[in-house]
Write a protein that binds this ligand. Structure first.
Ligand code: FAD
Ligand code: NAI
Length: 471
């Protein structure tokens, strides 16, 4: 039993931030424990986030292609249908395989996995209420808070995870709804809305803002919305939700109103997904008891070394400021462990990619055009549509475009925005360019294989300072 022995580091939370911090700390020779209360490692991301959503996105996309495109591609099938139970089984297989993989990695690196809910009782002490009912006290030199986030609630919308669901319920619906309303046209709404729309649900996204995509480049947001509309998704932008309640027939009455004011209307659907953002999770963590400060949004306040106002306690991931992304949490987890061991760490917040895993995918890094303008940067833009890319045409998957933003004086790439097949992989090239301070000419003069989708990125770079060849 770990009780009684003193740790160098106790990480609270076993998500991508926490488990990565624990592995790194152990690799650096620190005696480390990772406390996780949900009964499985991997956090939101592996259990009810990134991984199950990507499994459903992929398989619903395959169905959509088979249903809508096989015939024109010269493949004829009869009797095509969705077996939702089997699709869910596939999803669960990907989740359980990966969570067990993380458990193995902790063991391999000799970090203790402690199953239970951790509470900070002193600046150097964590009490764990074990899932087996036993309590244990961990003494430790350092604590890393990595407790993540949870869906933001909305007053008037009564979530039951059956007909009024958050992302968690939307990943496990028992049958395909005929009609669905998504509240919030951000990342979760568009990904999970796509899943159920592809499987046959008539889906409407209600969004308060005048654009989808929660702050993505305005040109790209418009193009993205158009693409999703073409696939059958409906949008009500500039619309606010007043309430969503289950009615006596077991359906959901969603009351909406134009954001600028006007007549209310009630939309009745089978399932309503609430996806208006996530908030930090620090319940029963004991922050008050030890005096760890949080900001107005409940996020743990940290300095550049991830230290809270209590010197022995650090925090990383969704529970602190910054984008709520798994890879951001991981970067911070590694840096926090390195700061503890060596006093040095590194996270470049200018080079954190965002990806929306719809089809086509949407990906971006760095500044969007409005941000470049607001920062007073003299910038140039290069664009290139996938309709002019030979590979995209070959595979008949040519919706989308690339927009590269450079600093006019230095030609350095300061932002890249991609909608298109494989955008989530392609963005890595732009991230690397920004990390290494590449100019768009550096990329345009780098040989890219033909015929590949990545040639489109090269040509968009070329178009910032010269003319593209194929458009
Ligand atoms: P979490 O993953 O939330 O992990 C925190 C863990 O701490 C949880 O397991 C929790 O049980 C545990 N915990 C909390 N309090 C305690 C306590 N007191 N004691 C013990 N354990 C505790 N991000 C991407 O980058 N790509 C994606 O494709 C993506 N898709 C997503 C899809 C969905 C539907 C959702 C909801 C999120 C998605 N995200 C995605 C976001 C991503 O899941 C989070 O950014 C990421 O999980 C944050 O990691 P974290 O370690 O900070 O916190
Ligand atoms: P989000 O912040 O992406 O989008 C929320 C949307 O809801 C915004 O467009 C907002 O304007 C809108 N909204 C807010 N209040 C509203 C209201 N009352 N009525 C109508 N619309 C309203 O949040 P989301 O989609 O819930 O996702 C949470 C986080 O999870 C994301 O910020 C992201 O960091 C992470 N995530 C990442 C994924 C990825 O990387 N592929 C996938 C899914 C989630």
């Amino acid at each position: 039993s770990p009780a009684g022995s003193e740790y160098d580091v106790v990480v609270i939370g076993g998500g991508p931030g926490g488990y990565v911090a624990a592995i790194k700390a152990a690799q650096l020779g620190l005696k480390t424990a990772c406390v996780e209360g949900r009964g499985a490692l991997g956090g939101t991301c592996l259990n009810v986030g990134c991984i199950p959503s990507k499994s459903l996105l992929h398989n619903s996309h395959l169905y959509h292609v088979a249903h809508d495109e096989f015939k024109t591609r010269g493949i004829e099938v009869t009797g095509l249908k969705v077996n939702l139970q089997q699709m869910m089984k596939q999803k669960e297989k990907s989740v359980s395989g990966l969570t067990r993989g993380v458990e193995f990695l902790l063991k391999k690196n000799k970090a203790d996995y402690i199953k239970g809910w951790g509470q900070i009782t002193k600046s150097n002490e964590v009490v764990v209420s074990g899932l087996d009912g036993a309590k244990s006290t961990l003494k430790t030199k350092n604590i890393i808070i990595a407790t993540g986030s949870e869906p933001s609630p909305f007053p008037g919308v009564d979530v039951d995870e059956k007909v009024i669901v958050t992302s968690t319920g939307a990943l496990s619906l028992e049958k395909i709804p005929e009609t669905m309303i998504v509240i919030g046209g951000g990342v979760i709404g568009l990904e999970l809305g796509s899943v159920w729309s592809r499987l046959g649900a008539k889906t409407t996204v209600v969004e308060y803002a005048d654009a989808v995509g929660a702050g993505m480049d305005a040109d790209m947001a418009k193009l993205f919305q158009k693409t999703l509309q073409k696939q059958g998704m409906n949008f009500k932008l500039g619309t606010k939700v007043i309430s969503a309640k289950k009615n006596s027939a077991g359906k959901v009455d969603v009351v909406v109103e134009p954001a600028k004011g006007g007549a209310r209307e009630t939309l009745t659907v089978d399932v309503c997904l609430l996806s208006i953002g996530r908030r930090p999770f620090t319940q029963n963590l004991g922050l008050d008891a030890v005096g760890v400060k949080v900001d107005g949004k409940g996020r743990v306040i940290t300095d550049a070394e991830f230290k809270t106002n209590v010197a022995s306690i650090r925090a990383i991931g969704d529970v602190i400021a910054g984008p709520m992304l798994a890879h951001k949490s991981e970067e911070e987890g590694i840096a926090a462990a390195e700061y503890i061991k060596t006093g040095h760490g590194h996270v470049n917040y200018n080079a954190i990619p965002s990806v929306i895993y719809t089809h086509p995918e949407v990906a971006w890094v760095g500044l969007n055009e409005a941000e470049a303008k607001a920062a007073g940067i003299d910038y140039k833009i290069g664009t290139f549509p996938f309709a002019a890319n030979s590979r995209a045409k070959t595979i008949d998957d040519a919706d989308g475009s690339i927009k590269v933003i450079t600093d006019k004086k230095t030609d350095k790439i300061i932002g890249a925005h991609i909608i298109g097949p494989g955008a989530g992989e392609m963005i890595a090239e732009a991230v690397l360019a920004i990390e290494y301070g590449a100019s768009s000419e550096d990329i345009a003069r780098t040989c890219h294989a033909h015929p590949t989708l990545s040639e489109a990125f090269k040509e968009a770079c070329m178009a910032t300072y010269d003319k593209a060849i194929h458009f």
